[in-house]
Design a protein around this ligand. Structure first.
Ligand SMILES: [Zn+2]
Length: 225
């Protein structure tokens, strides 16, 4: 069983901005993010572990847990859907057997890299990569769905007002990638504000500690240039 740590190293947002600009897909982005947070060999981790680590990485980068606000279809009230690392079920290693000698394991990050563009071909190739056991064939998508533990799918919560059911589609990988991209994009604005105001060169500004850079940017934004 792979332990998901409760805390990850908070990477510098300037470094993340540089690293993420080289990532070509969302999966690349989240693997890069985990690497920057000090997780070694994240491409070799099961996707269920990667998703749970992403919730911890979200807290490391933004300082708070991921959270969604969902609206009740019956009464319209808004409810918070907390998505911190302790709000989701823990990961349990799992293989799914389809018959004698034919099984499927949960995909790891690397299994999802470089798949064919065509959806049906990609699904076949993923099934081939994740096959376990000596039997030829006999594996299907349903077995893969049973084995994988990504945090992607419909989540049900009770409305805080009328207690009615609310169902909401959640894709943790996408939510974390979007939130982190937005957090690091703020760095560009901060660097621009400081460079415009103080005329320092970019490398000097990028070397400033996170909090000092944010403070100087706020000052620069508040003082007419
Ligand atoms: Zn309601």
């Amino acid at each position: 069983m792979i332990e998901v740590p409760g805390v990850l190293v908070a990477p510098s947002r300037v470094m993340l901005l540089r690293l993420l600009s080289d990532a070509s897909t969302e999966l690349d982005e989240v693997l890069t993010l985990l690497g920057a947070c000090g997780v070694p060999g994240c491409a070799d981790l099961p996707i269920g572990v990667i998703d749970r680590l992403l919730l911890v990485a979200h807290r490391a980068v933004t300082g708070r847990d991921l959270e969604l606000v969902v609206s009740c279809p019956a009464c319209g009230a808004l409810s918070e859907l907390p998505l911190g690392a302790s709000d989701v079920p823990s990961h349990t290693p799992r293989c799914s057997w389809c018959g004698p000698g034919a099984g499927v394991r949960e995909p790891v990050g690397a299994d999802l890299l470089g798949l064919p563009v065509d959806g049906a071909e990609a699904a076949r190739e993923l099934l081939r990569r994740c096959s376990v056991g000596p039997a030829e064939g006999g594996r299907d998508q349903a077995a893969l769905d049973r084995a994988e533990q990504s945090l992607c799918g419909n989540v049900r919560v009770a409305c805080t007002s009328c207690r009615g059911p609310i169902e909401h589609y959640v894709d943790v990988q996408h939510l974390v990638a979007t939130a982190v991209a937005s957090a690091v994009a703020d760095v560009d604005v901060e660097v621009h504000l400081i460079a415009s105001r103080y005329k320092w060169d970019l490398s000097t500004i990028e070397l400033l500690p996170e909090k000092r850079r944010a403070r100087l940017a706020a000052l620069a934004a508040g003082v007419p240039g």
